[in-house]
Design a protein around this ligand. Sequence first.
Ligand code: MCA
Ligand code: AMP
Length: 488
Amino acid sequence: MSRLLPALADTPDRPAVRFGDRALTYGELAAAATPLASRISGASRVALWATPTLETAVGVVAALLAGVAAVPVNPRSGDRELGHIVADSAPDAVLAAPGEHLPPALAALDRVSIDVPTAPAGPGRPVALPEEPADPEAPAFVVYTSGTTGPPKGAVLPRRAVSSTLDALRDAWRWTDRDTLVHGLPLFHVHGLILGIVGPLRQGGAVRHLGRFDTQGVARELASGATMLFGVPTMYHRLAEALPTDPALAKALSSARLLVSGSAALPLHDHERIAAATGQRVVERYGMTETLMNTSVRADGRSRPGSVGVPLPGVELRLTEDDGTTEVAAGDPEAVGEIQVRGPNLFLEYLNRPDATAAAFAPGGWFRTGDMAVRDPDGSVRIIGRRATDLIKSGGYKIGAGEIENALLEHPGVREAAVTGAPDPDLGERVVAWIVPVDAQNPPGEGELAEHVAARLAPHKRPRTVHHLDALPRNDMGKILKRSLPDG
Ligand code: MCA
Ligand code: AMP
């Protein structure tokens, strides 16, 4: 019996995961993950080369069964980002599909191959699952997340955060073993991996991953038995754009039981276009790497565009003034405050960063999210912005301005750099770089700087627009005044 994933033993013949034409039942998943779990048993942490493949799903199940914390790694991470993650998390081994070419930082580790039989055995004798750790506080994941400055921090997520958030979503979304989820999210973040893969498996339902997101894949899966869709707003924007010319997509989305958006705010215009074309209201939920899920519009509740719903069962939520401890006036729908949360969904700490961990909490164990919101009279939360302007949300990815500025400053043609976010209809925000070149006659080009950042950090962190300036606006202390930069 698996505490986190009971269906592995209980319903071996039911479909569990599918990527393209490769699929596993729960029994087959247990059979593939169990030997892998024994190979890594006793390790403290393992890196997981998180390609959007069946192997990643098997790897994550193996790590959960073995009670070893998984560190999902973006296969597109550049050398600087990857070097930091490997040095900081010090994994005992790396789990990767056979044949994957690993960059040097990972190739230096012990490699454990995720072997998935090409022709699974079908119904067979039940697999004896390993004894999972009984301690709910044992780390299950270390997920790296960007801050305003410096390299990403590893949020250590215990098993209890994973189980409590998924059980709360079961309740809020009426999520059951009869549901089949479709998604095309990357598997190195909470949204795609914990909600999108571990989520359906905890409920005993199924997941079909598209490999990569495209509107036709969504239509195909929803038209052939999938019941739920998870996506970031950029994906819903692309669906909204495609709807007017794709009646099959409209029909498929209309037939879904639940469409869920998260990771950033879904613009009103896209909400409205999808509702008009499909009759469906997209449900928004609000979460964070450090807190997993905090609030959601309930499946049986009223979805209002702009609302991220009510606190999930077990989650306490308050809005505070700038001092971080005084609660804003209750019942005043105009009162803006920072969202603070407390509950079993919270992370344990930032790995190796006691300073950052301490700074993230207010007295009483309240986690400071940095998100600003108001509360409607019915208790539902409306996010209106972020405290830090140096955090950019692009395509649903959180990107720290400081991290990109540091990478840009490593380019020989860059003397000074500032990074901001500019509104973007597709990505929500896009990364904009403001550069003072070393040689004004011969400044580095936009493509060259994008390539430079993509190779060091990750492609989604690359600047989409580059402006050249003679000097950056600064105050008397020399601090860059980003608000004085023209609109990006
Ligand atoms: C372009 N590309 C490049 C370069 N330029 N590669 C290297 N160097 C360059 N200079 C490549 C990209 O790698 C990609 O390759 C392609 O060009 C297009 O990239 P891009 O425009 O960045 O993105 P996109 O393909 O248009 O993707 C949009 C997307 C994506 C699919 C919406 O942004 C996405 O998957 N977002 C999900 C983010 C997410 O999961 N967030 C969850 C974290 P190729 O074409 O080969 O792919 S938040 C979270 O977990 C919390 C808990 C929460 O609340 O959910
Ligand atoms: P990450 O740190 O990448 O896990 O992203 C978490 C952040 O994404 C939150 O602090 C919010 O700013 C944002 N976020 C997540 N879900 C939503 C949502 N439904 N609406 C608005 N912002 C969201």
